[in-house]
Design a binder for this molecule. Structure first.
Ligand SMILES: Cc1cc2nc3c(=O)[nH]c(=O)nc-3n(C[C@H](O)[C@H](O)[C@H](O)COP(=O)(O)OP(=O)(O)OC[C@H]3O[C@@H](n4cnc5c(N)ncnc54)[C@H](O)[C@@H]3O)c2cc1C
Length: 434
């Protein structure tokens, strides 16, 4: 039976593997590390004496592909969040606090109600957002929005920076618009935030590994691909650190590694070359279950704070300006923001851990967007997956899962077994393969 070889066990590789193994394909997954999950994983932190996520990850109910994936692997029940869309904010400039709670429906009635709008904003500020829809390919977020407006400072910029992990001065306006359409455009029902109850691995990774085991897939850890032997039209062998895997004529390969590794393995493809950092700070403290599950900070160094049992965690996106600062000073500076946002009475610095992901995601700029390749390649049995491929989304779990689904659909076609999944990319890519 032909095999599907999937290289990389991040969200993209795992979603492709789950889809294909579930369809009865013989799947082998190769992962360079000792754990699956890639940039979306948990680990035990000896210093803090508890499990931590490499970084806080937030899903929205708008993330249909990610939720379908969670449902398929049996992890959906492990995701938790408020019963309705709700985001707490504090502005350090004037101490204002508010809750953004768009209603359930598609029509954004909340923007008509002054009491429910972001404080200091007018209806016209929201209506002007429609101008983003006409953004040219090269336009940046800061060029298309009124950067002096309160709405920009208190909602649009924090949302854009968190979602695109790129500063607004260079981030793609078109990408932000697509994201707003999929999230705010779909109404409050699509904006319910979800986080893992225990950890990223417990929700998104471990159930996938169990699913793959149940469906007869093989996973090889510590298997680093160093070269792909290519002929004119197809890949013929995979050269790993510990040996070569020759491909049979019906075999297919999904390369689901990071952009820099893919570009090295396949110099003919284009791939993003610029990346942005994310800094996370985790503090071991007694947490109040009645306090907000997360708070958006305006005017601080911390941008979002997540409350978990016994842990307060900070995320700073597009963190390149601070990523090289010593961990001790970051821990202190971010703790001050945490103490202020959560109105803590004891402000003594608790045990902490700073996690720096220097290349957390590709930079979502117009120029980098153009470098994102489609899933299909000129080699008939070789397909790409990863949050950096042309998904139409920034680098997110949703984008990675969709890329895995797209790759799986193409492999199904290669195997002469059509699978229908969301999105135009499947059609486009399939044409390329044909
Ligand atoms: C700190 C942080 C916070 C984030 N927050 C959010 C969030 O709130 N919401 C959200 O939706 N997204 C968030 N993201 C983005 C999200 O984590 C990624 O988009 C997603 O995990 C990418 O998955 P991937 O499979 O494309 O890539 P990766 O996770 O990078 O997977 C690639 C895999 O390939 C393996 N590999 C590499 N080279 C080789 C090789 N030569 N041979 C074999 N294997 C190899 C790697 O070890 C890795 O496991 C965040 C990311 C970070 C870093």
């Amino acid at each position: 039976m032909p095999r599907v070889h999937i290289v990389g066990a991040g969200m993209a590789g795992l979603s492709a593997a789950v889809r294909l193994a579930g369809q009865g394909h013989e799947v082998v997954v190769y992962e360079a590390g000792r754990h699956a999950g890639g940039r979306c994983r948990s680990y035990f932190d000896g210093e803090l004496g508890c499990r931590l996520d490499n970084g806080n990850h937030l899903l929205l109910t708008a993330n249909r592909a990610a939720l379908d994936y969670l449902e398929r692997i049996g992890g959906l029940e492990t995701m938790v969040g408020p019963p309705a869309s709700r985001f707490d904010f504090v502005d350090f400039a004037d101490g204002a606090r508010w809750v953004l709670a768009p209603g359930e429906g598609r029509i954004p009635w909340w923007i008509l109600d002054r009491a429910r709008r972001v404080p200091g904003t007018a209806l016209s500020d929201y209506l002007r957002l429609a101008t983003l829809a006409r953004s040219r390919e090269n336009a940046t977020v800061a060029q298309r929005l009124d950067t002096k407006s309160v709405l920009y400072r208190r909602l649009l910029e924090p949302f854009a920076v968190a979602a695109l992990n790129t500063e607004s001065g260079t981030a793609s306006a078109a990408l932000l618009w697509d994201l707003l359409v999929e999230s705010f455009g779909a109404g409050g029902k699509a904006l319910r935030p979800l986080v893992p109850r225990h950890g990223l691995s417990e929700s998104l990774v471990d159930p996938a590994l169990a699913y793959l085991a149940r469906h007869g897939a093989t996973i090889r850890f510590g298997a680093r691909l160093r070269e792909i032997a290519l002929e004119e039209e197809r890949a013929i062998a995979l050269d790993f650190d510990d040996g070569v895997v020759a491909l049979d004529p019906g075999d297919a390969v999904i390369v689901a590694v990071t952009a820099p590794v893919a570009a090295r393995l396949l110099p003919e493809i284009t791939a993003p070359t610029e990346f942005r950092a994310i800094v996370n700070a985790h503090y071991r403290v007694a947490t109040d279950p009645a306090s907000p599950p997360f708070i958006g900070i305006i005017g601080g160094t911390a941008e979002w704070i997540f409350r978990k049992p016994g842990i307060l965690s900070v995320t700073v996106s597009a963190a390149d300006p601070i990523v090289d600062q010593p961990a001790e000073s970051l821990a202190l500076r971010l703790w001050q923001d945490v103490a202020c946002a959560y109105r803590l009475t004891d402000t003594t610095l608790p045990p902490w851990r700073i996690v720096k992901e220097k290349r957390a995601t590709f930079a979502a700029t117009p120029a980098q967007e153009r470098l994102r390749p489609p899933a299909a390649t000129r080699w008939r049995n070789l397909v790409l997956a990863g949050d950096w491929t042309r998904t139409g989304l920034p680098a997110t779990i949703e984008g990675a899962v969709r890329s895995g689904e797209t790759a799986a659909a193409i492999v199904q076609r290669i195997c002469g077994n059509l699978l229908t999944v969301n999105g135009a990319e499947v059609t486009q890519s399939s044409r390329l393969v044909a």
